[in-house]
Design a protein around this ligand. Structure first.
Ligand code: SAH
Length: 375
C-alpha cells in the first residue's frame, strides 16, 4: 500500500507496483484476481486503453477510466532508419521530450530507454550532456516507453528481447523511479524481461552500485571511456568525484552473480582514447574483474569536438583486448541516417533559448555541484 499511498497524485496505472495495484483493486471491493487481469492487459497484451480490456466488468473499467489518466506518452516524432533502427521522440505531459530507440538484430531487438529528461553529467562526447538537466522521469514514464515501443515493434511483427537503460539521463540519479520501473519490467507475469535481458548503464555513481545488485540484479554496464584520470575527467566529469581507482575498487567489490560480467562501455574517440597504449592500460584496469567490453565508435553530432577513429584503429584496439583474453565487442554504428546519437532528436527540437532556460532552472547548479563537484 505504501507505494500507492506515496505516489504523487494523480496515480498512473503503470506507476503501480503489483502490490499497489492489488491494494487499489481490493480497496474498490474487487476480487484480487482482477489485479492480475489488469496487469496482463497492460504488460502482456499491451492494451492502450481500459476500454480495450474486454473481460473486465464494465463498472470496473469505467472506474479505472475515471480514476486513472492515460498511461502512454505521446509520439512527437518517429523515425525509421534504412538499417531498421527506430527512434521515437516522446512527449510527456508537461511538454518534456525524451528519446526511445529500438535496435533490431538478427534474433533480438534491443530497446534503449531514457531515465531522465536531459542529463546533469555533461559528458563531453554526449549530445544529451550538452542540453542540461530538466527533470527525473517517473516510474510510469519509464515503463511507458517500453510499453509503447514494444507494442509498435510487435505490431510490425518483430520482437523486443532486451531493454537497456542507456538512453538519456543517469539512472542512478533517479534510483527510486528506475528501480520501481525495473521491477515492473522484470515481473515474470508481465513484460518479463529476465535479469539478463535488462541492463542498467551508469557513468559510475559508485555509492549506488550495490543497490543495482540488491534491487534488480540485472546487468550492470559502466561507461568507462578511459582509464586515465586526466582523460576521463574531461570525458565523464563525474570522474572528478570518484576517480579511476575508486571505480576499479567498486567494480572489484560489486556482488556479481555467478557467470555474470560487468559490461564496460567504451566510446572510441579518435586520438583521445583509441591508442594501443590505451588498450593495454584498459587491460590492466580490468584485471580480476569479470568483464565484457563494448567498444562503440563515436557517433558524431553537429558541433561535437570529437571524431570517429578509422575502422582499422578500432579493430586493432579490439584485437589487443582479445589477445589478453578479454571479451571485447566492436559495435557497429546504427541508425546514422536518423540522428542516432543519443539526444540528437531532442536537441534539434530545443531552441537555444530553451536550452538556456534549462541551465537557469532552479536546482540545476546544485545538481551539477552535487554530482560532479566541479573543481
Ligand atoms: N548516464 C548513463 C546512461 C547514458 S548512456 C551512462 O553514462 O552510462 C551513455 C552511453 O551512451 C555511453 O556509454 C555511450 O555508450 C553512449 N553514447 C553517448 N553519446 C555517444 C556518442 N556520441 N557516440 C557513441 N556513443 C555515445
Amino acid at each position: 500500500m505504501s507505494d500507492a499511498a506515496s505516489q504523487s497524485t494523480p496515480l498512473y496505472v503503470t506507476g503501480l507496483s503489483r502490490e499497489a495495484m492489488t491494494q487499489l483493486v481490493l480497496s474498490w471491493g474487487e476480487k484480487p484476481y482482477r489485479a492480475q487481469q489488469l496487469w496482463s492487459w497492460l504488460y502482456v497484451r499491451l492494451a492502450n486503453s481500459f476500454e480495450a480490456m474486454s473481460d473486465l466488468p464494465k463498472g470496473f473499467r469505467q472506474r479505472l477510466q475515471e480514476t486513472l489518466p492515460p498511461w502512454l506518452p505521446t509520439i512527437r516524432e518517429y523515425h525509421r532508419s534504412a538499417d531498421g533502427t527506430e527512434k521515437w521522440l516522446l512527449q510527456l505531459e508537461d511538454g518534456q521530450v525524451v528519446e526511445t530507440v529500438h535496435i533490431p538484430d538478427e534474433e533480438r531487438g534491443t530497446l534503449c530507454i531514457s531515465t531522465q529528461a536531459g542529463c546533469a553529467l555533461a559528458c563531453s562526447f554526449c549530445h544529451t550532456g550538452r542540453q542540461g538537466f530538466a527533470r527525473n522521469l517517473t516510474c510510469h514514464e519509464i515503463v511507458g516507453q517500453v510499453v509503447l515501443a514494444r507494442s509498435a515493434v510487435e505490431a510490425a511483427g518483430r520482437k523486443v528481447t532486451n531493454v537497456v537503460m542507456m538512453g538519456m539521463g543517469e539512472p542512478l540519479y533517479n534510483c527510486e523511479a528506475v528501480f520501481a520501473a525495473g521491477r515492473i519490467l522484470m515481473d515474470a507475469n508481465g513484460l518479463a524481461f529476465g535479469s539478463r535481458k535488462l541492463t542498467l548503464s551508469t557513468a559510475g555513481v559508485i555509492p549506488r552500485l550495490p543497490e543495482v545488485a540488491r534491487e534488480l540484479g540485472c546487468n550492470l554496464a559502466i561507461s568507462l571511456h578511459s582509464v586515465r584520470d586526466e582523460v576521463r575527467n574531461v570525458l565523464v566529469p563525474l570522474n572528478r568525484k570518484y576517480g579511476i581507482a575508486g571505480l576499479r575498487k567498486a567494480a572489484l567489490a560489486y556482488p556479481l552473480k555467478a557467470n555474470r560480467r560487468i559490461f564496460w562501455e567504451y566510446v572510441l574517440l579518435k586520438g583521445v582514447n583509441d591508442s594501443a597504449r590505451d588498450a593495454r592500460e584498459l587491460i590492466g584496469f580490468l584485471h580480476g574483474i569479470p568483464s565484457k567490453v563494448n567498444l562503440i565508435p563515436f557517433n558524431p553530432w553537429p558541433g561535437s569536438d570529437y571524431q570517429q577513429p578509422e575502422m582499422e584503429t578500432a579493430l586493432h584496439f579490439q584485437e589487443i583486448l582479445r589477445q589478453a583474453g578479454q571479451v571485447a565487442i566492436l559495435r557497429d554504428s546504427r541508425g546514422g541516417d536518423i540522428a542516432a546519437a543519443c539526444g540528437q532528436l531532442r536537441g534539434a527540437l530545443l531552441g537555444a533559448k530553451q536550452r538556456r532556460d534549462f541551465n537557469l532552472q532552479e536546482g540545476f547548479q546544485d545538481i551539477v555541484q552535487e554530482t560532479v563537484q566541479v573543481e
